[in-house]
Design a protein around this ligand. Structure first.
Ligand SMILES: Cc1cc2nc3c(=O)[nH]c(=O)nc-3n(C[C@H](O)[C@H](O)[C@H](O)COP(=O)(O)O)c2cc1C
Length: 185
């Protein structure tokens, strides 16, 4: 599809010296943001528990990363509760959000509040690992934490190995593109 003059743009001017290119110093920040926000991302809820501390967050920077063994990678803010819990316990659960469940995803934009039986108002139960399983989401993947790459950037890359998967209902998964939300740039 052709883009109009307003939509189109390049984030740099004429390519200057090697150092500028490697660092991206001369990029136009607005065009970079607009372009990176066109990456396709889903909407998920990631949960973890370490002893009596719980973490649960809506995450969108997620992808399958290997067939054999089945691996998933997720980029997780290192100052979040969910990151602290999964780093300590080595377990996490990734939940699929259905396309009619924006309100459930919204509950997990905010810092985790766990009460007996609920996290951020959503009911949960124990799964096969230490990490809690949210009852109202249609499918989930229980994972072990294989590796955490925490050397670059403001998010850590968490490599998760799939230990168990459950699909209670086949739904159309929610994607960022269908919501008013942005996370990227
Ligand atoms: C649309 C959207 C997508 C998000 N995606 C991510 C993500 O991929 N990784 C991440 O660490 N945080 C992401 N967040 C931020 C977390 O949802 C938020 O920081 C959450 O409050 C963390 O809770 P916690 O500190 O209790 O674990 C996203 C937020 C929004 C609104």
């Amino acid at each position: 599809m052709p883009v109009t003059g307003i939509q189109a743009g390049r984030s740099t001017g004429a390519l200057s010296n090697d150092g500028d290119i490697r660092r991206g110093d001369d990029m136009d920040a607005k065009i970079r943001q607009k372009t990176l926000r066109m990456l396709s991302n889903g909407v998920y809820v990631l949960t973890a528990r370490s002893a009596d501390r719980y973490g649960a967050a809506t995450v969108s920077w997620v992808s399958q990363a290997s067939f054999k063994p089945p691996l998933i990678m997720a980029a997780v803010r290192r100052d979040s509760n969910v990151f602290q819990c999964l780093a300590e316990s080595h377990f996490a659960v990734l939940h699929i959000v259905g396309d009619r469940q924006q309100e459930v995803a919204r509950q997990f934009f905010y810092p985790t509040r766990a009460c007996p039986g609920t996290i951020n108002g959503e009911p949960f139960a124990a799964g096969r690992t230490a990490a809690p399983v949210l009852a109202n989401l249609p499918a989930h993947i229980e994972c072990g934490v294989n590796k955490i790459v925490d050397s670059d950037g403001d998010h850590a890359i968490v490599i998760l190995q799939v230990l168990e998967a459950e699909c209670r209902e086949q739904v159309r998964p929610l994607t960022i593109a269908e919501t008013p939300w942005v996370y990227g740039g």
